[in-house]
Structures are given as C-alpha cells and as structure tokens.
Design a protein around this ligand. Structure first.
Ligand SMILES: [Zn+2]
Length: 259
C-alpha cells in the first residue's frame, strides 16, 4: 500500500519529471521510529530572476501530523507556481510539506516517538525531524518562514507573527486572501494568547523558527486555518495566504521600504 506521503507527493513527482518543470525533490535525511523508516523531503522551486539577489524562503507543513491541510496546501501551491512561475519571480522556495512524516502517516499530532515536534526547536532536541530541520534552517538562512497549521479549537483563520517588523504587514494581506475561503478568527483570545483581528504576537516556546541569531531578522508567520472548515477550503486558504505573502514581500523589497 502506498504511504500517505507518497500519495501526497505523487502529482509533484509526475510534474517534476516533465520537461521545463522548475520542481526539484531532494531528501533532507532519513530516520527510523521503531520498525518504520521515514524520510524528510524538501521540494525546491527557483522562480525566474527578479530585480536583485534571489530571496530564499522556507515553507513548512504538517509539523503536526494530524494537520494534513497545510501539507496539501503546499503541494497545491508548488503545482500552481510550476504552472505559472511568474508568481515565484525573484524567489528560491524551499518547501517541506510534511515535517512530521510518521505523524502524518498515523494521523497524529505527535511523531511516532510521542513528541510534539513543534515544542522542540532550538532546545537541543534529540528528535531526528527537529535535528534535520534545524540544520536546514541554519544552512539556508531564510529571509522568511511560513508554517501552515490547522486548529480544531478555533472557528476562524489566524496567524502568529514573529521576527521582522514587517511580518504583520505580510500577515494581514495573507489573512485577507484566506478570507475568501474560510472565516477569520474574531476572538480576542486565541489559544490562550491575546489576538487582534486574527494576529497574535506571542507564541509558544520551541516552535519551528529561524535560529535566534539570524540577521537580518527574518519574518515568521504561523498561519492557522479553522480545521472545522471544509478540507478543500482550508487548502485553498493556505495557498492564497502564501501567494499573498510572496506578492507583498516582493513589493516591500522593490520599494526598499526599511520596516
Ligand atoms: Zn499545528
């Protein structure tokens, strides 16, 4: 039987084999949980050259294995960008649709080691997924990072914003773009954190993030869709949100705004 990760990636592999495709698959690392062998996969898409040096971004899905919406959104985003590469102009995208492969197979938040991987970053974790992703984050020095999640306790989309000052200015249009497909969170407290129009500036410790020493400070957006909403609408919301971020960030750089 084909694994869920293989099923998810099948259209990407088919596409990347075609002439002219910009999609490339590579293995970040392999590891075991008990008898199960797992692989952390990176998909890259280098868009057409923009005005300046290529902008490297990291896009992450399914660090919680029971949130397949984000994985599907990144898969669909890659297919869409490969169809219309101008949307990725100026970017080098490094995309990790399934950051928790064993949890994704099992449909569980935690990895097969029983670990919430999204509380383990930059804490000397011994979890192989965290080790591999930390290595990527260190080596690639992303200008920005987006992590996609789905929340079964909230009835609307929202975002945690961290890092660079311009992060809020990127997250707002991302939420507006998502609002075409899913409701936005209007609560003033989400997940125990104060929220203003769907934006949260505090966060849990140990979430997937850039190294603390990264300079210039990268933007970091953790984008959450309401898991009670229809699957396809959450996927479309995730695609629209990331596309909006690509568009807005390119504009900021083009105008040289020093935010
Ligand atoms: Zn999550």
């Amino acid at each position: 039987m084909q694994s869920r990760v293989e099923t998810l990636f099948a259209p990407l592999r088919e596409r990347s084999a075609r002439a002219g495709s910009l999609l490339r698959e590579s293995t970040v690392g392999e590891f075991r949980h008990g008898a199960g062998r797992h692989r952390l996969t990176r998909w890259t898409l280098h868009g057409p050259a923009g005005g300046g040096a290529p902008i490297r971004l990291g896009l992450f899905g399914a660090i919680h294995g029971d949130e397949p919406e984000g994985a599907a959104a990144l898969r669909d985003l890659l297919l869409r960008l490969d169809d219309d590469p101008q949307l990725a102009q100026g970017y080098q995208l490094h995309v990790y649709p399934v950051c928790n492969p064993s949890g994704y197979e099992d449909g569980t938040r935690h990895s097969r080691a029983g670990c919430d991987l999204n509380r383990e970053f930059w804490r000397d974790s011994t979890q192989p997924e965290v080790y591999l992703l930390e290595k990527e984050l260190t080596a690639l020095g992303f200008a920005g990072l987006v992590a996609l999640h789905a929340d079964d306790t909230c009835d609307g989309a929202y975002a945690f914003v961290r890092g660079a000052t311009l992060t809020e200015a990127l997250a707002k249009p991302a939420l507006s773009a998502a609002a075409v497909f899913v409701p936005l969170a209007e609560r003033e407290v989400i997940d125990g954190f104060p929220a203003a129009r769907g934006l949260i500036t505090e966060c849990y410790e140990g979430v997937l993030s850039n190294p603390a020493a990264a300079r210039p400070v990268p933007f970091e957006i953790i984008f959450e869709t309401p898991q009670a909403a229809e699957f396809g609408r959450q996927v479309a919301a995730g695609v629209a949100a990331v596309e909006a971020i690509l568009r807005e960030y390119r504009q900021f750089l083009a105008y040289g705004q020093d935010l």
